[in-house]
Design a protein around this ligand. Structure first.
Ligand SMILES: Nc1ncnc2c1ncn2[C@@H]1O[C@H](COP(=O)(O)OP(=O)(O)O)[C@@H](O)[C@H]1O
Ligand SMILES: [Mg+2]
Length: 286
């Protein structure tokens, strides 16, 4: 299900004193199975972009197409898109509201034509995919869970339809380091199984770790779009936009400034380690 945006603009509160242009002239094509990170300052339009892609907002100008169809055209089956595309908003745990975990995770299958047994199997699979024992957790109230557990339940609720596209808005905000690592493993695993991932994060380390492609927004415009390795190699450009790069890249950059020649495409810790080991063997760092 490729996602295509053609010259998309969006303004909030048109004609009111609060009119805010959130996105301007965005052209974008995301192919099946990509892992795309989205970075930029607060207010640059990241959440608006995700909501447009999910059909939760309609563009003021331009088109959003999924699988070749304009999702804002009259008669477009948005309900069926909801089964193929899931969105996980910031702090998704705040949206848990059913009396039990099992019911909460099953929520988006409520109006499906599946049998109770099929629904139960899907809920089981979703809860197990986020590391829960189905039998132990299904009957519990979401309210009694820890913050990290609630987040995992909310994610299971987004995965229960087995979406082909997963859109995530700041999904690691507020998670502890272990929770964050588990979460990123889960998302990367889904991507390896072919799920297209679009993930907004403030955190360059998180994006450097798992995204292949990076979009950088600034004041509603798409400023950068390319492979993470290429974009993070341009430390100066990102710093001009007052954005950081991931730590391994930053370390390599600082070492280079001190005269140690590191390759420019280091984004992950393994890259850094390999360059150091190679450098020690050959007597220099590259
Ligand atoms: N519901 C809204 N009503 C009015 N303005 C909004 C609304 N949501 C966002 N905005 C404004 O639109 C711009 C883009 O916001 P947003 O997409 O939330 O950015 P980000 O997710 O990058 O922080 C900001 O200037 C923000 O203040
Ligand atoms: Mg946002």
């Amino acid at each position: 299900m490729p996602i295509v945006l053609e010259d998309v603009s969006f303004t909030y509160g048109i004609g009111t004193p609060f009119e805010t242009a959130a996105l301007r002239g965005i052209d974008l094509r995301i192919a099946d199975g990509e892992f795309v990170g989205v970075m930029g300052h607060t207010g640059c339009g990241k959440s608006t972009l995700l909501q447009l892609m999910a059909g939760l907002l309609a563009p003021e100008r331009g088109k959003v197409m999924i699988d070749g169809a304009d999702i804002n055209a009259k008669g477009y089956p948005l309900a069926s898109l909801r089964q193929r595309l899931s969105v996980i908003f910031q702090y998704p745990e705040s949206q848990l509201f059913e009396t039990t975990v099992g019911k909460d995770v099953a929520f988006s299958l409520k109006h499906s034509e599946l049998s109770a047994r099929e629904i139960q199997e899907k809920v089981r699979r979703a809860l197990e995919s986020v590391g829960f024992s189905f039998d132990a957790i299904r009957g519990l109230s979401p309210l009694g869970l820890s913050g990290g557990e609630k987040r995992r339940v909310a994610i299971a609720g987004a995965l229960v339809t087995q979406p082909r596209i997963l859109i995530l808005d700041e999904p690691v905000a507020g998670l502890d380091p272990v929770g964050r690592e588990d979460f990123l493993k889960l998302i990367s695993g889904l991507n390896r199984n072919g799920v297209t991932i679009l993930m907004v994060s403030h955190n360059a380390d998180v994006l450097g770790d798992c995204a292949e492609r990076l979009l950088v927004l600034d004041q509603g415009r798409l400023m950068m779009d390319g492979p993470v390795r290429a974009e993070f190699s341009d430390v100066e450009k990102l710093e001009k936009l007052r954005l950081g790069v991931c730590r391994p890249r930053k370390i390599a950059h600082l070492l280079k400034e001190r005269g140690v020649p590191f390759p420019p495409d280091i984004v992950r810790y393994e890259d850094l380690l390999e360059a150091v080991i190679k450098g020690r063997r050959s007597g220099t760092a590259s």
